[in-house]
Write a protein that binds this ligand. Structure first.
Ligand code: PHE
Length: 489
C-alpha cells in the first residue's frame, strides 16, 4: 500500500512536540502542588528515581513502538496481536478523556486572562475562584447550567485546538516552535521576578529542604511514580501516536532521554517560580510558607494570583504573563492528547485530519460542558483522579506486560539500538518486565484499597461511581465498539 503517512518536519519538531505534550499544566499546576504536599524537597528524590526507573524506559517503549509499527496506539497494539487493538483503543480513549477535562483548566485560564486586566480576584482569591468564577455548588449532584464565560473559555480552547490540528502533523511541527519555548521563557521571567522579591528564599527553602521522614511513607513514592506518568504523558497513547509520525530511520532513545530530562527539568524549574512567589506571599502576609497556599488544585488560581496582587509594581503585566504561560503550557498537551486518539481513526479508516479534528472538537466541546457547570469543579476533580489513578495505571501495566512478555522485547531492544544514538542495555528490559509493572501494580492496589476504605474527598459514592468508574467503562465500551468496527478497504 503506497500510503503517504504524515511526518514530522524534522527531528527537532518531533522532540519539541513530545516535550510540549509532556510539559503542560502538570508541571506548574500539579508538580509544585504534589511536591508541596509531599514534603517539599524530599519529594524530588522519589521523583527523579521514578523518572529513571520507569519514566524514561516507558517513554522509549512508547516512542519506539509508534515509530516501528507506524500506527497510533490502537493500530500499534493491534499489530502485535489482533485482539489487542481493543486495548489500544481504550488507551487512546483515555487520552480523549483527559483532553476533555484538561480543557477545563484552559477554560479557567482564558477567563483569568480576561480578569487580569483589572485584577478582579482582589485579596480574596480563594473565595473569588470558587464562589464567583466557578460559582461552585454544594456538591456534585447540584449541577445547574453551564456558566457562560466558562463556556466561552471552552470554545476558545477547542477553537485553538481545531486550528492547530486541522492541517495535521506538518502544521503541528511549526506550531510547537512557538508554543513550546514561549511558556518556558515566560516562566523564566516569572522566576526572575519571584527570586528578586523579599521572602523568596524562605519559599525556596521550603521547596528544597527535604523532609526525609516522608520518604518512609510509600504513598509518597507512589505519588512520585504517578506524577512521572502523568507528566511524561505516558500510558495515554500520546507518545505512541507522536512516534508513529517519525521516519523509518529516526532515532529513539536519545530523543526520549532529552524529552524526559527537559520535562522534569521544567517541573523543577517551575517549582522555583511558584515557591519564590509563595515565599514572598508568606512574608507579606506574615505567615509561615505552608500556610499561604490554599490546598488543592487552586494553587495556580488562588495562591499565585494572590501573590501577584501583592507585587509592588506591574501587577497586571505579571498576571497576564502568568495566564498566557498557563495557556501555552496547556495547549500543546491538549492537542497531543486529541491527536493520539484521532490518529487511531486515521490509521483504521483513513479519515482526513481536517474531518477528524472538526468532529472531535465539536463532540468534545459538548462533553466538556459538564465542567463549566456549578458542579464542574467536582466532576473535573473526580474524572482527573480516576483517569490518572486507575486508568493510566492499568494501561501502563498492561502495556508493560504486552511489550515485556508477548512482544519480543529483546528483539525490540536490538531494533532500537540499531537506529538509536544511545544504546539500551538489559536494564531497559528489566525495568519494563519487572520494576515498572511491580510499581504500577502496587499503585493500583493501594489506590483501590484507599478508594474502598474511604471515598475520595468525601464525594458521594454515586458521583465517584458515575464520573470515575463510569468514565473508565465508557471508554472501554467505546474501545470495544471501535475495535469491532471493520476497517475501510
Ligand atoms: N503531561 C501533561 C502535563 O504535565 C499532561 C498530559 C497527560 C498530557 C497525559 C498528555 C497525556 O500537564
Amino acid at each position: 500500500m503506497a500510503e503517504q503517512r504524515d511526518q514530522w518536519n524534522s527531528r527537532t519538531s518531533f522532540i519539541l512536540a513530545a516535550v510540549g505534550s509532556a510539559v503542560g499544566l502538570g508541571n506548574v499546576w500539579r508538580f509544585p502542588y504534589v511536591a508541596y504536599e509531599s514534603g517539599g524537597g524530599a519529594f524530588l528524590i522519589p521523583y527523579f528515581i521514578a523518572l529513571f526507573t520507569a519514566g524514561i524506559p516507558m517513554l522509549i517503549l512508547e516512542m519506539g513502538l509508534g515509530q516501528r509499527l507506524r500506527r497510533a496506539a490502537p493500530g500499534a497494539f493491534g499489530s502485535i496481536k489482533k485482539n489487542f487493538q481493543w486495548f489500544g483503543w481504550w488507551a487512546a480513549g483515555l487520552s480523549a478523556g483527559i483532553v476533555i477535562y484538561y480543557s477545563t483548566i484552559l477554560s479557567w485560564s482564558w477567563v483569568y486572562l480576561w480578569k487580569s486586566i483589572n485584577l478582579s480576584w482582589g485579596t480574596n482569591a480563594e473565595g473569588y475562584f470558587f464562589n464567583e468564577v466557578l460559582q461552585r455548588s454544594a456538591g456534585p449532584g447540584d449541577i445547574g447550567f453551564p456558566i457562560w464565560y466558562l463556556v466561552v473559555g471552552m470554545a476558545l480552547t477547542w477553537g485553538s485546538i481545531y486550528l492547530i490540528l486541522r492541517k495535521g502533523v506538518r502544521n503541528v511541527s511549526k506550531v510547537v516552535m512557538v508554543t513550546v519555548p514561549l511558556p518556558i521563557i515566560l516562566l523564566a521571567v516569572l522566576l526572575i521576578r519571584g527570586l528578586t522579591l523579599p521572602g523568596a528564599m524562605d519559599g525556596i527553602r521550603y521547596y528544597l529542604t527535604p523532609d526525609f521522614a516522608k520518604l518512609a511513607d510509600p504513598g509518597i513514592w507512589l505519588r512520585a511514580y504517578g506524577q512521572i506518568f502523568f507528566s511524561l504523558s505516558l500510558a495515554s497513547g500520546v507518545m505512541i501516536g507522536y512516534g508513529s509520525f517519525l521516519g523509518k530511520k529516526s532515532e529513539i532513545t536519545n530523543s526520549a532521554l532529552i524529552t524526559g530530562l527537559a520535562n522534569c527539568g521544567t517541573s523543577f524549574f517551575a517549582g522555583f517560580a511558584v515557591f519564590s512567589m509563595l515565599g514572598y506571599l508568606a512574608q507579606v502576609q506574615g505567615l509561615p510558607v505552608p500556610e499561604v497556599t490554599a490546598s488543592g488544585t487552586g494553587l495556580a488560581f488562588v495562591a499565585y494570583p494572590t501573590a501577584i496582587i501583592e507585587l509592588p509594581a506591574l501587577n497586571v503585566l505579571f498576571a497576564l504573563i502568568f495566564f498566557v504561560t498557563l495557556l501555552f503550557l496547556g495547549i500543546d498537551s491538549a492537542f497531543a492528547l486529541q491527536e493520539a486518539f484521532t490518529t487511531g481513526f486515521y490509521d483504521k479508516w483513513k479519515i482526513s485530519h481536517e474531518k477528524l479534528a472538526r468532529y472531535f472538537v465539536i463532540i468534545a466541546f459538548f462533553m466538556s460542558l459538564i465542567f463549566t457547570t456549578r458542579a464542574g469543579y467536582y466532576w473535573f476533580d473526580i474524572v482527573d483522579k480516576w483517569i490518572c489513578d486507575f486508568g493510566l495505571v492499568v494501561v501502563g501495566l498492561v502495556q508493560c506486560i504486552i511489550v515485556g512478555y508477548i512482544y519480543n522485547v529483546q528483539e525490540f531492544r536490538q531494533y532500537l539500538n540499531g537506529i538509536s544514538e544511545v544504546h539500551l542495555g538489559n536494564w531497559w528490559v528489566i525495568a519494563l518486565r519487572y520494576l515498572t509493572p511491580l510499581v504500577l501494580l502496587t499503585i493500583l492496589i493501594v489506590n483501590l484499597y484507599n478508594e474502598i476504605s474511604s471515598t475520595y474527598e468525601g464525594y458521594p459514592r454515586w458521583a465517584t461511581t458515575a464520573a470515575g468508574w463510569g468514565t473508565l467503562l465508557l471508554f472501554a465500551a467505546l474501545g470495544y465498539f471501535l475495535w469491532r468496527k471493520p476497517e475501510n478497504k
